[in-house]
Design a protein around this ligand. Structure first.
Ligand code: SAH
Length: 345
């Protein structure tokens, strides 16, 4: 079987290259083509001899993402990509333009097994993990397609990053490597539904990224009804892990809270959320839930969102209401893949 060359860091690639009798500088050259230029075939590596390019092609494969579909929002130029992987599976990524630069939202798995009731990515479970290279190549493909440089990454696409731990950590090292795209960890957010064991592992890595926690409810009763993962690790275990995380890394945590009408958007919920997070170094990000037909979840009214935010602000929290980018193009991850698979069948 051919080796997945894009998942190798420079040290690993160097040992592969020198083991085959080639000089070390060849590895640096190849790594630059792969990660700085973002080529998708060995034939594009024009400063290598034809025989070397052929030899590389015999031993290695470059996992790239092929654009199956691309939707551009008419409102805000957000772009949503549906990528086809080498085995025919699909993943989604989103490109967003902000004042400070381009952000890509990447997927970490094909599907998801976490079962959150409001989410389209998990409706048919998980198919497989993505390799580090497949997470990287979502970004490389988007850069190539738009001739841009991406500056920020959010791991908020399909999948649960901490359920694909090793590949995600590998990806984080590759994307922030100075020999590659060199994106600062400070410009990366990783979002989890609350895989507590993963949070403890992550704090040991001591990475300066932003950890986002999809909390979505202030009580176990409501949270369990929305997120089955809460049966495995309840709110108090999750909050304890978050406090330990901040203690260990001194990093501010971002709590995500999707407002679902009549479920978790009352003033009482806002107050309970406030007392739960009291004293923590954190930020609260409110998201009016994106309605997905199959889930039956209804978006909270603008008045309820405002009231919820105001209650928390009065309690002293830093609160933002997420701007809905790309609402006309199913930008909530999981919907595009789902519709494509349905149409194919
Ligand atoms: N599995 C990870 C990351 C992927 S989802 C996690 O759960 O955090 C990224 C964010 O989008 C999460 O906060 C998730 O709860 C939220 N989300 C999923 N479906 C949504 C929907 N329909 N509307 C609003 N937010 C949604």
């Amino acid at each position: 079987m051919k080796k997945d060359i894009l998942s190798l860091d420079l040290t690993e690639l160097t040992s592969e290259i020198t083991a085959s009798g080639l000089p070390k500088f060849r590895a640096t050259q190849i790594y630059r083509w792969l990660h700085k230029v973002g080529v998708t075939s060995f034939s594009e590596m024009t400063d290598l001899s034809l025989s070397l390019r052929e030899a590389l092609d015999d031993s290695f494969v470059i996992f790239s993402c092929n654009i199956e579909k691309k939707l551009v929002s008419e409102y805000d130029s957000t772009m949503k990509y549906l990528f086809k992987l080498h085995d025919g599976e699909f993943v989604e990524s989103v490109l967003m333009k902000y004042k400070y630069g381009y952000t890509v939202c990447v997927s970490s798995q094909v599907g998801c097994r976490m079962g959150c009731k409001f989410c389209a990515s998990t409706l048919s479970g998980v198919v497989r993990n993505l390799t580090a290279s497949e997470i990287l190549s979502q970004i490389y493909a988007i850069q190539r397609d738009n001739d841009i440089r991406v500056s920020h990454i959010v791991m908020m696409g399909m999948g649960e990053p901490l359920d694909n731990y090793d590949n995600v950590i590998k990806f984080l090292h590759l994307i922030s490597d100075e020999n590659g795209l060199n994106i600062s960890m400070r410009h990366i957010s990783l979002s989890t539904c609350g895989v507590v064991t993963g949070i403890y592992k992550l704090m040991e890595e001591n990475l300066p990224l932003t950890l986002s926690i999809s909390l979505h409810a202030p009580t176990d009763e409501i949270r369990t009804s929305m997120m089955p993962v809460n049966k495995k690790w309840n709110i108090s275990q999750l909050i304890k892990a978050c406090k330990d995380y901040t203690q260990k890394t001194s990093r501010r945590i971002s709590f995500e809270y999707a407002l679902v009408s009549g479920v978790n958007d009352s003033v009482d919920c806002a107050k309970k959320l406030g007392s739960l997070l009291k004293g923590m170094l954190c930020h609260i990000n409110l998201i009016p839930v994106n309605e997905v037909k199959e889930t039956g979840c209804k978006e909270s009214s603008p008045a309820d969102v405002k009231r919820f935010a105001a209650t928390l602000e009065k309690m002293g929290f830093a609160v933002t209401v997420r701007r809905k980018l790309g609402s006309d193009i199913d930008a909530a991850c999981g919907q595009l893949r789902r519709n494509t698979i349905k149409n194919e069948r």
